[in-house]
Design a protein around this ligand. Structure first.
Ligand code: NDP
Ligand code: MG
Length: 383
């Protein structure tokens, strides 16, 4: 079997380190050809020492590169992920940077790699139409890493050309699932970061608690599977055992199940169409005993409704939602705003940033800048 070279962009993060755990377990199948990070220099140095990539990069340039790590090419600055891809041209890129900061890397990966393994959902939320059009034009597969989208992708293998009636995205409900509205509004950072079933980066964990994450995932599913908003539903499923489902026209619903372990969907994307003989903890139905389901509560989690509205409005609105949310989450994590302000910031940005058509990546960045300015202004006015 030919060894697949993979760029791990966002190597020091939750997705990046779990992907590298798979590279470590299957050295004959994969090599980590490029590794990048934002500022975690010590972590990145340790990974470069272990995985010996051809190129590495960091947004924040460290004071010095250790002597024994000068065997690979180094790139610094905000374009480092784009530069490692261009220098090495690996077979695949695992795009696991958080936020719109990862969009350029996804764009370049489509040019230089044969496959793009996509964790960075914000790249599709913001650049969706342009990214999907480019992937189609260049005939490059965009393989989902997000667990819900991986589940849907796996269920769709059984479609055999039959039309799909709806996609059902499951949601754990996040750390505040059962909290009353008044308590949610004043939830502390440590409450919000206590996710019930998954251990992930801080930004996505906050998004889970506000249910913005599920909204971003509806937009991601719309792009990946060409489904209108009306045919995508959210089902709250606290155990995170069913990762998502697909309903067909005869009423049959196919689901993909597994214990919550991101190495499942990451490995599926890395080895596709094969499955890694990875020793995941097996599902024990007797142990699980019960799976439960509920409709999402848009009164306590209004931001989910705003995301659906943004998708239906189209054009600039998903970018506005994402940009305002990135600013709102950063402000919450820094203690500048209470948790309850997050949906208010999104509402205000969707109401005040003008709609426009988006026909280039430059339009995406302009809209993102407008949304961020609007969100920052709202934060200043209300603090
Ligand atoms: P983390 O915060 O754990 O990791 C983010 C990674 O990206 C870190 O390695 C960080 O480096 C790096 N990074 C940040 N900005 C840049 C940049 N501009 N250039 C290069 N590297 C950068 O996030 P997660 O791993 O949790 O999430 C990554 C993406 O995957 C997100 O879009 C998220 O929504 C998605 N995702 C994550 C899941 C999960 O289970 N974690 C599940 C499904 C989707 P540094 O360490 O230096 O900050
Ligand atoms: Mg997900």
């Amino acid at each position: 079997m030919k060894q697949k070279t993979i760029a791990i962009l966002g190597a020091t993060g939750s997705i990046g380190t779990q992907a590298l755990d798979l590279v470590r377990r299957y050295p004959d199948r994969f090599s980590a050809a490029c590794l990048t990070a934002n500022s975690s220099s010590e972590k990145l140095f340790a990974l470069v020492r272990e995985f010996r990539p051809q190129a590495a990069g960091m947004v924040c340039e460290p004071e010095a590169i250790p002597e024994d790590l000068r065997f690979c090419q180094w790139f610094f600055g905000p374009d480092c992920s784009v530069e490692v891809l261009k220098a090495v041209k690996p077979d695949a890129a695992l795009c696991a940077i958080t936020g719109i900061a990862g969009l350029d890397a996804v764009w370049t990966a489509l040019d230089v790699c044969s496959q793009v393994l996509l964790a960075n959902k914000e790249a599709l939320v913001t650049g969706g139409d342009l990214v999907m059009e480019k992937a189609r034009r260049l005939n490059k597969p965009l393989l989902p890493v997000d667990s819900e989208h991986s589940a849907i992708f796996q269920c769709l293998q059984a479609a055999q050309g039959n039309p799909v009636r709806s996609l059902l995205l499951t949601a754990s409900g996040g750390a505040l699932r059962d909290w009353p509205k008044e308590k949610i509004d004043s939830a502390r950072v440590e409450d919000v970061l206590r996710h019930p079933t998954w251990s992930m980066g801080r930004k996505i964990t906050v998004d889970c608690a506000s249910m913005v994450n599920k909204g971003l995932e509806i937009i991601e599913a719309h792009h990946l599977f060409h489904m209108p908003a009306e045919q995508i539903q959210v089902v709250v499923h606290p155990q995170s055992i069913i990762h998502s489902m697909v309903e067909f026209e005869d009423g049959a619903v196919l689901a993909q199940l597994g214990n919550p372990d991101m190495r499942g969907p990451i490995g599926y994307a890395m080895a596709y169409p094969q499955r890694l003989p990875y020793e995941a903890k097996r599902l024990s139905f007797a142990e699980i005993a019960n799976l439960s389901f509920a409709a999402p509560d848009l009164t306590r989690f209004p931001a989910l409704g705003y995301a659906i509205e943004a998708l239906k409005a189209g054009g600039a609105m998903p970018i506005v939602l994402n940009g305002a949310n990135e600013e709102a989450v950063a402000a919450f994590l820094d203690g500048r705003i209470p948790f309850g302000r997050i949906p208010e910031i999104l509402r205000d940005a969707l109401d005040r940033v003008p709609q426009r058509s988006v026909s280039s990546i430059a339009d995406v960045y302009q809209t993102d800048a407008d949304a961020r300015a609007c969100a920052l202004e709202f934060i200043r006015r209300n603090s």
